[in-house]
Design a protein around this ligand. Structure first.
Ligand code: GLV
Length: 332
């Protein structure tokens, strides 16, 4: 008796990832991986996507209408990131392609990084290290590398999703900060009370916060929400931290404010056009710069990868993705 022919779905993993995740995917799919972590040009990505039903993306692969038109068999793109500005979601929905991201699993880790940058900027940690390594530390001085207090100050959070709320909790409970926030929509009062945060206008936040933290997703609406006009509202003693996405801040305007002492310091994990960094930011001593590592801890990166893999397995094998961004595609 002949066995029924079963074809396994084919999946492309667009960037290098934990080997055991590739093994997990290989138990269910025909997997094409990218062990060298090559940054495939778009035409090559399109070529490798031929005959694939799923793709594991990492945020560096742009999925839009033009790509989808050339990949008619594609059914799901699973992003190993909570942000998904590399996806043209309406185009994916129109093409019937499911999009998933990796929310929840990186919240606390990314909030930790926000605090690390805020504290490093306020207390001039990396500037102090550069000073010491350069052999310039030859005595104590009352004003050597004096910075700003974090405890007891006012923390202004722009964007109050999961990560914003995790930062608010750290500020209010751990550092005794007054926490104010601005968001597209106000949180229910019980949620505000739970994280100890008060809703204010963006202008009031910028005028009164000692430390401003940006945690909004990137979109056309959030492009350059912090530019020269907004920086001009901030106190010269204030700091600005961006752990969200490049392009939310006008990097040239920020560099000018830092250089001219109109802002005390900044902490940046994300940049417009990264991995390039604006040369004027590189020239500023009062900015702490990290290469988009907000979620980069071993357990969190593993959890993100597993969630992306589970989305591929859930959808391609059972029609049930875990964290869909356009669930109407799954139920259509
Ligand atoms: C990281 O930037 C993410 O969006 O997960």
């Amino acid at each position: 008796m002949s066995q029924p022919v079963t074809t396994r779905p084919a999946v492309l993993v667009a960037r290098a990832i934990f080997p055991d995740i590739i093994e997990q995917l290989s138990r269910h799919f025909d997997v094409e991986a990218n062990p060298d972590d090559a940054l495939w040009p778009r035409e090559e990505l399109v070529r490798r996507l031929q005959g694939k039903q799923g793709v594991f993306t990492t945020g560096s692969e742009r999925i839009d209408a033009a790509l989808l038109a050339q990949c008619p068999g594609l059914r799901i793109c699973a992003n190993m990131a909570v942000g998904y500005n590399n996806f043209d979601l309406p185009a994916m929905t129109a093409a019937g392609v499911l999009a998933t991201n990796a929310p929840g699993v990186l919240t606390e880790t990314t909030a930790d990084m926000g605090f690390a940058l805020l504290m490093a900027a306020a207390r001039r940690v990396t500037e102090g290290e550069h000073f010491l390594r350069a052999g310039r530390w030859d005595r104590w001085a009352y004003d050597m590398l004096i910075g700003q207090d974090v405890h007891g100050s006012t923390l202004g959070i722009i964007g109050m999703g999961r990560i914003g709320q995790a930062i608010a909790r750290r500020g209010a409970l751990g550092f005794g900060m007054r926490v104010i926030y601005h968001n597209r929509s106000r949180l229910p009062e019980a949620d505000e009370a739970a994280v100890g945060a008060r809703y204010v206008s963006k202008q009031e936040l910028l005028r009164t916060a000692d430390h401003v933290m940006l945690v909004v997703p990137y979109s056309a609406e959030s492009h350059h929400i912090i530019g020269a006009a907004e920086l001009a509202l901030m106190k010269p003693s204030a700091t600005l931290t961006n752990i969200a996405r490049g392009g939310i801040v006008d990097d040239a305007a920020l560099a000018a404010a830092l250089r001219e002492g109109r802002l005390a310091a900044a902490g940046l994990d994300v940049f417009e056009g990264e991995p390039r960094v604006h040369p004027e930011l590189l020239a500023c001593r009062n900015v702490v710069l990290t290469p988009h590592i907000g979620s980069a801890t071993v357990p969190t990166r593993r959890a993100m990868a597993r969630l992306a893999a589970d989305n591929l397995i859930g959808y391609l094998l059972h029609g049930k993705p875990l964290t869909p961004l356009n669930p109407q595609v799954a139920t259509a």
